[in-house]
Design a binder for this molecule. Structure first.
Ligand code: DQA
Length: 152
C-alpha cells in the first residue's frame, strides 16, 4: 500500500488540454498527464487523487477535504492562480506541503500572469516544462514528505 496520498488539483480550462492553445500548453491531454503522474507516483510509492474543476468553490471544498484525506497537494489553479484569495486561504488552512505547478512559464508571459496568490503558501513552484512540470512537482512533493518524516 502507498505510504502517502497526494491531491493533484487542476483548475479551470485544464480539462481542455490537448486542444487549448497547444503552442502554449502542449498536445498532451489532462488524461495523458494523469496517466504519467500515476506511473511516477507508483515509483515514488505515492497514491494519487487527481482532480479537475472549472469552479472555484469546488476546488476550495476539495482543498478542505484534503486536510483529512491527503498528505500533500500539487496544484495548478489555472487562472485562479492570479485572482483567488479564497483558494489561497483554503490552502493556508490545510497545513499540508504544497507544490504549485504550471505547464507554461508564467513569468515569460503577460504581466497579469506574473503574480501568483498561491506561491506565498507553496513550498515551491515548478513552471515552464509542459506536462513534465507535473512529474517534477510529484518528485518535489515526495522530497518534502521525506524531509518532513526525517524532522518528525
Ligand atoms: C497555467 C497558467 C495560467 O496563467 C493559465 O491561466 C492557465 C494555465 C499553466 O499551467 O501554465 O490556465 O496555470
Amino acid at each position: 500500500m502507498a505510504s502517502a496520498t497526494i491531491l493533484v488539483l487542476n483548475g479551470p480550462n485544464l480539462n481542455l488540454l490537448g486542444v487549448r492553445e497547444p503552442k502554449t500548453y502542449g498536445s498532451e491531454t489532462l488524461a495523458d498527464i494523469e496517466e504519467s503522474c500515476l506511473e511516477r507516483a507508483a515509483s515514488l510509492d505515492l497514491a494519487l487523487d487527481f482532480r479537475q474543476s472549472n469552479h472555484e468553490g469546488q476546488m476550495i471544498d476539495w482543498i478542505q477535504e484534503a486536510r483529512e484525506s491527503a498528505d500533500g497537494i500539487v496544484i495548478n489553479a489555472g487562472a485562479y492562480t492570479h485572482t483567488s484569495i479564497a483558494i489561497l486561504d483554503a490552502l493556508r488552512a490545510c497545513e499540508l506541503p504544497i507544490v504549485e505547478v504550471h505547464l507554461s512559464n508564467i513569468f515569460a508571459r503577460e504581466a497579469y500572469r506574473h503574480h501568483s496568490y498561491i506561491s506565498s503558501v507553496a513550498s515551491g513552484v515548478i513552471c515552464g516544462f509542459g506536462a513534465q512540470s507535473y512529474i517534477l512537482a510529484l518528485d518535489a512533493v515526495a522530497y518534502l514528505l521525506e524531509q518532513k518524516s526525517q524532522d518528525d
